[in-house]
Design a protein around this ligand. Structure first.
Ligand SMILES: [Zn+2]
Length: 382
């Protein structure tokens, strides 16, 4: 072990007899009239073993151990000798800022490198390479080891106002080809697998997402039906799913853990139960294709992409708790105010993840009218 005082906590600040450590959160004012703590922390540059530190500081090995324990509990220390695992020299250089960020969460026992290794060992499926193409690029930046992309469209000029990983010379190319080329140029260590495939059933997604640790749904048409296909496939294979969308002036995003929490159909049933107008709205929107009223602009899509890839990073690397599952995060694009809904529960009668799933053959979602009936039955029971 070679304890290192975390660079994110520098510079140390002196205020009379007190030493201040930290600036943003967890700010500590330590009584240090003779500068002993300051000298001790400053000496922990990650090159010294505990014996070296004892020799340099004039403290006994036991005293050094005690001090290290205290400062480790305060979150000041990282182990510069932690094993690098399967990270290469290039990884350590490329992801230097990631690794420094992870020192917000590392300790002498919990290595920052482990968080990056988990990302490298992960596979994420990005279904739909429209706005979500930015998320694919974000995942490549993060260092997610394998990215699976699916789309059936070609790049059009009108995509470039927001899907700005594409270039003018990509126009006319398959999005899957253009994304694969872009990701490989961005990060040659990535594994990229693409499917040029139109999604028309849940069943057709099973092979695509089979290897994924997490699925991002960026397919928005036909409205709601596409999300229900992805949801059914994720429920069947117990894959965590994130989805998001841009409406006129709102961003919405959700995280689903279908093996333990409510699924997307539970969410729809929940909406139907709560809002007497929901059935009318869902019937009007359901299955529609709304290209003519697409209002997505680049800052909005970039924000959504950032929020979702941030959740992916927390989910896969595990350095912090992701957003609660089965909740909706919402951002007002005018005021930038954010709110999070209460979690909706997993419904016993959900035809997709609850008892109802055993009563139907296959994994295709039930008709909307059946969901509406389930919501009415649920409302009667409630
Ligand atoms: Zn459900």
């Amino acid at each position: 072990m070679r304890p290192k005082f975390k660079p994110i906590l520098k510079p140390l600040m002196r205020n009379g007899d007190f030493l201040r450590v930290g600036m943003e959160t967890n700010v500590y004012d330590l009584e240090d009239p003779d500068g002993q703590i300051e000298r001790f922390l400053s000496s922990l540059d990650g090159t010294l073993t505990i014996d070296d530190i004892a020799a340099a500081s004039g403290l006994s090995g036991e005293e050094v151990q005690g001090a290290l324990e205290t400062f480790n509990e305060l979150g000041f220390l990282d182990d510069a000798a932690a094993p690098v695992g399967n990270l290469t020299e290039r990884d350590l250089d490329r992801y230097r800022a990631n690794l420094t960020y992870f020192t917000n969460y590392s300790t002498l026992e919990q290595s920052k490198l482990e968080y990056q290794q988990r990302l490298k060992d992960s596979t994420v499926a990005v279904l739909g390479l429209g706005g979500a193409s930015l998320m694919a690029a974000g995942l490549a930046g993060l260092g997610v080891g394998k990215i699976i992309g699916l789309d059936c469209d070609r790049v059009e000029l009108s995509n470039l106002n927001r899907q700005y990983i594409y270039r003018e010379d990509d126009i006319g190319k398959l999005k899957t080809d253009a994304v694969a080329e872009h990701l490989r140029r961005l990060n040659r260590d990535l594994e990229v697998v693409t499917y040029n495939q139109k999604v028309t059933t849940a069943e057709s997604l099973l092979d695509v997402i089979a290897d994924a640790d997490l699925v991002i749904n960026g397919i928005d048409t036909p409205t709601m039906i596409a999300s229900r296909w992805v949801n059914s496939a994720c429920v069947h294979l117990e894959k965590p799913m994130l989805l998001g969308g841009v409406t006129n002036n709102r961003l919405l995003w959700q995280r689903f853990l279908p093996h333990s929490h409510g699924c997307y159909d539970c969410f729809l049933i929940h909406c139907l139960r709560l809002d007497p107008d929901a059935a009318m709205q869902l019937r009007a929107l359901y299955g529609q294709v709304f290209e003519s009223r697409n209002t997505a602009m680049s800052p909005h899509v970039a924000l959504l992409s950032g929020f979702i890839t941030s959740e992916v990073a927390k989910h896969l690397a595990g350095y912090a708790e992701p957003m609660l599952p089965s909740t909706t995060m919402e951002m007002d694009l005018v005021t930038m105010a954010m709110k999070q809904s209460d979690p909706f529960t997993r419904l016993e009668n959900c035809p997709t993840c609850g008892a109802g799933k055993h009563e139907r053959a296959g994994i295709e979602p039930v008709e909307l009218e059946e969901l509406i009936q389930v919501s009415q039955a649920e409302a009667l029971q409630a």
